[in-house]
Design a protein around this ligand. Sequence first.
Ligand SMILES: [Zn+2]
Length: 375
Amino acid sequence: MMRVVGTFLVATLMTAGLVAAGAGVARADSVKPSCSDRNGILGVSRVVEIDTAGGRRFGNMQYKDIDFLKPGEIVLTFDDGPLRGKSTAVLNALEAHCTKATFFMVGRMALVDPAMVREIDRRGHTVGTHSWSHKMQGSLSQASGEQEIELGVSAVSLALGKPVAPFFRFPYLSDPARMQAHLNDRDHGIFSIDVDSLDFRTRSGSTMMNRVLSGLKQQGKGIILMHDIQRSTAAGIADLLDALAREGYKVVHLVSKRPAKTLKAYDDMAEKEADRRKKYADNRPLADRSIVWPVSSASDLPAVVPLTIEPRGLFKGPLPERSGLIRTSGENLQQSVSDPDDRRADASERPQATTRPATLKGPVDEDWRKEVFKN
Ligand SMILES: [Zn+2]
């Protein structure tokens, strides 16, 4: 990313001049320099487009199929929101670094504050889903499990006002084989993680930050899990991004090739729920939700490049016998395309539930849920 110091100085002087010329004319932060003029920020080093047709699984903590990050590359992800007070802190920190993230939203949360969902999208982040009400999939029947997934997709899409990305993360990373198969059938990608902030186990921003940095030090790269509902993440995200920039990590931003398709029955359920929420909200005065924040322009980002999804082995290890869908762009990589239906026909390749890491078991701080769902 180009950084032009001269322009930065001019912009700074202009800012100072405007402020001196008269309060109320322009606030200092309304003419802050564009991303390309800022030094020491993360920015976005690659924007990759993922084709989830037939399903894809990412995240080495559970899945070993795809390894698409180069050493030093990270993907920022935030689950469980939105929750305005804390999500806003996360958005502002991301904005200060002109960087982008993926938000795996809970359907119920999205319907509580659709404006926040749209704001996250407007700022150029990717919106995926994280179920309707954050139930542990391993404890659900097939029908309930599907409803959790599909109502989540419909509800977040409804709140967003357009389809979400077909990117899904299992609550608690609990991923029964039958639900993985369902997501494959629905052309959703499954996103596990590489580095866990364990932000729900602490209220300290620095503890959260140190866990991410030490996890990255061990693994050298990875998809980072945080929660934009957690106090520690809201408190520590700005310092964490500063540290990641200082240490030279490169942010990879994920976008989807195609939007998620919703199912009519679940769209209807989501609409009913939204109406119920609206009636509830209409009876209670709410804070102003039409705030518009400044946002970095698309021209500050690298061009979108279809992700070359190589089966594990692109950057280390041997190629597996069969490969998933691969699309190349620019880089000289081995290309191999297989029919997803053909892939699923082979029972030996049916997804298997993974064993969740011990760190994800045990008590979780879910006080925030009481805050949001008082009714
Ligand atoms: Zn979650």
